[in-house]
Design a protein around this ligand. Structure first.
Ligand SMILES: [Zn+2]
Length: 417
């Protein structure tokens, strides 16, 4: 409980904390009266009334009718108003830029996907991202007085939280790029971004497995590999925001497979979607027969991890061996994470999880064999709650968290139609 009686306490700070508390209380209830909020939060009735009036004025709370009388007047019930304001979530992937427009209840109103064309360079990719945002905004423009609170964005790479830049992205081949400065040329809406895997973990925390679990790890297996680690309900950032680079732990000392980061034998170079495709291509070029030859119509370079998974399911021995081998390393890596962090559950998301059971069955088997029995015996390894939308929904959570904590970086430039 926050003590609002101390004369020396910082009044505006305490007011903000009380406001956060009341808003989240209303949001987690099914209609609650001012009197019940006061009782349950142990804040004084005048404090509750004053803050509720602010929240109504900010259109985050609405009055929804009357509750049952406990003797005397029937109380007015309050509810969180999630439908009148919006958030844009962007998953800036190496293959596609995928954007969603949601309300504050995280209901998707519209979505938009365009190819990233990663080789076109940072400025072009930002321009395409700005176009996706603009298209989503325009869908709203017919609705008067609707507010977009912010743009959340998931980006693959090392994010320096102190400098708010992408310090290095092996997937995009970016060094020291300023996403916010570039996008702000087109948009005045506050932008919040973070590493894609931590963003996915945040989405799970807000809307998925986080409702049941306070300690979990979200592993993203797509073009690259990363881990978002949630400890006691909080994301782990590390010293300057670069924790979770799970894909770049060395798993094969003598490997001749170079990772995009420059090192050899990284997990990402052995188990990612990109790695699966490259290993299969290499084997095909050496003349091993496989139905992949027909699937790619002779264009070996066009083989993708998705095609390898499909061929493996059809019983192709080359594809099966390549996929199993990749999942063996992934399982070994996840077993190490489980030993280190003792999570309640591990969530796996990203494009490669579209392979389904052949991924999950193998990883579960390897984890059971490799992780310490006492730590891993009851662990669940499950697919991401939002499937291929996991990163975009996590990006929505980035903004929603800021709305619910009254912490948007530049609230005055929030956008009104
Ligand atoms: Zn690496």
């Amino acid at each position: 409980m926050i003590d609002d009686s101390k004369p020396n306490a910082n009044a505006s700070y305490i007011n903000k904390l009380n406001k956060i508390k009341i808003l989240n209380f209303i949001r987690s209830s099914d209609g609650i009266s001012r009197a019940d909020i006061a009782k349950k939060t142990r804040l004084s009735p005048p404090t509750v009334s004053r803050i509720v009036e602010d929240l109504i004025e900010e259109e985050l709370v609405i009055e929804v009718g009357e509750g049952e009388s406990k003797g005397g007047r029937r109380p007015t019930l309050l509810e969180f108003s999630g439908e009148n304001h919006y958030i844009i979530g962007i998953d800036l992937g190496t293959t596609n830029i995928y954007g969603v427009l949601t309300d504050l209840n995280a209901q998707i109103i519209a979505e938009k996907k365009v190819p990233t064309n990663v080789n076109s360079g940072f400025h072009k990719v930002m321009e395409r991202t700005a176009e996706v945002i603009q298209d989503l905004e325009e869908l709203l423009s017919k609705k008067k007085q609707k507010r977009i609170y912010g743009i959340g964005m998931a980006v693959a790479g090392l994010i320096n939280r102190k400098r708010m830049i992408v310090e290095f992205s092996p997937d995009f081949h970016w060094h020291e790029v300023d996403v916010i400065a570039e996008l702000s040329k087109w948009h005045e809406i506050p932008i919040v971004f973070d590493n894609v895997t931590r963003v996915m973990a945040l989405g799970e925390l807000c809307f998925g497995v986080g409702r049941m679990h306070r300690n979990f790890i979200c592993v993203n297996v797509g073009y690259g590999i990363g881990a978002g680690i949630i400890v006691e309900g909080n994301p782990l950032f590390g010293f300057n925001g670069m924790a979770g680079e799970f894909g770049h732990i060395t798993l094969e000392r003598d490997s001749d497979i170079q990772c995009d980061c420059g090192n050899f034998g990284c997990l990402e170079a052995l188990s990612s979607g990109n790695a699966i495709a490259k290993v299969a291509q290499r084997k095909l070029k050496s003349g091993i027969s496989s139905i992949l030859n027909e699937m790619c119509e002779g264009k070996v370079e066009s083989i993708t991890a998705e095609m390898v998974a499909h061929a493996a399911k059809l019983g192709d021995s080359l594809a099966w061996e390549v996929f199993e081998n990749a999942m063996e390393y992934l399982g070994i890596g996840i077993a190490a994470l489980i030993n280190l962090f003792n999570p309640e559950i591990v969530v796996i998301g990203g494009g490669v999880t579209q392979a389904g059971d052949i991924l999950f069955d193998k990883v579960r088997k390897v984890v059971k064999a490799r992780a310490l029995h006492k730590i891993a015996q009851e662990i669940d390894i499950v697919p991401a709650t939002f499937g291929m939308k996991a990163a975009a929904m996590g990006a929505v959570a980035l903004i929603l968290n800021k709305v619910l904590t009254f912490d948007l970086l530049h609230p005055k430039v929030a956008y009104f139609y």
